[in-house]
Design a binder for this molecule. Sequence first.
Ligand SMILES: C[S@@+](CC[C@H](N)C(=O)[O-])C[C@H]1O[C@@H](n2cnc3c(N)ncnc32)[C@H](O)[C@@H]1O
Length: 216
Amino acid sequence: MKFIVNHEVAMHDEQQTAETFWESHYDAMSPISNGIPGKMLVRFSEGLTPGHALELGCGRGDDSVWLANQGWRVTAADLSNRAIEYAAANAERSGVRESITFTQCDLTQGFPQGEFNLIVASFLESPLDFDRARIFRTAFNHLLPGGLLLITSHAKVPSWSKHRHPFIPAAEVLAPLMPLPQGWEVQFCGEFSRVMTGPEGQQDEVSDSVVALRRG
Ligand SMILES: C[S@@+](CC[C@H](N)C(=O)[O-])C[C@H]1O[C@@H](n2cnc3c(N)ncnc32)[C@H](O)[C@@H]1O
């Protein structure tokens, strides 16, 4: 199934490709992120024995850097060269550059080599249409037995967001991935909501959808 996920980024014009869109997105951003890993990653990776992790759509690398700090060896992929440049500098500042292999990759065209104990896709989204489910099905072939594929998506954005996200229930993320390969199971499929404070101190609920798939 194909779907478009809008998110809190500048509007794209119709002529843009995903690559030019994301390059200009990161060009306009500060290279320095807040350094905070995704809440769902922290929650769902708790208790896992560090091994080799793959992050799909690493952006400025906060999740990959956090994983490396937890003892994981990480491969981090993103479409945007600029994002990777920022992420590599982020890793350098955090002292974990040696633990992370960065790769510029359009995941609709190719996939990083290797086999992984954990594959993470935190908000692998774009205002330009792309076949996310196909990427996740490819990821099935790269997860080792006992491994976890963790997909977190924006489900509801706060009222001050410039763009309206379609609500993507976890069930809709999961549906095109079914049936799962033999021996795989759904560890979790659902939404997590939290209250967020906006730029003017206003508060609103945000919601992430999470699909966690375990290979037996
Ligand atoms: C919303 S950002 C999320 C970044 C980061 N994971 C986070 O949680 O902050 C989406 C990321 O996916 C990347 N991306 C979008 N389409 C992609 C594709 N086809 N192949 C690889 N990366 C892609 C973008 O460059 C961007 O860094």
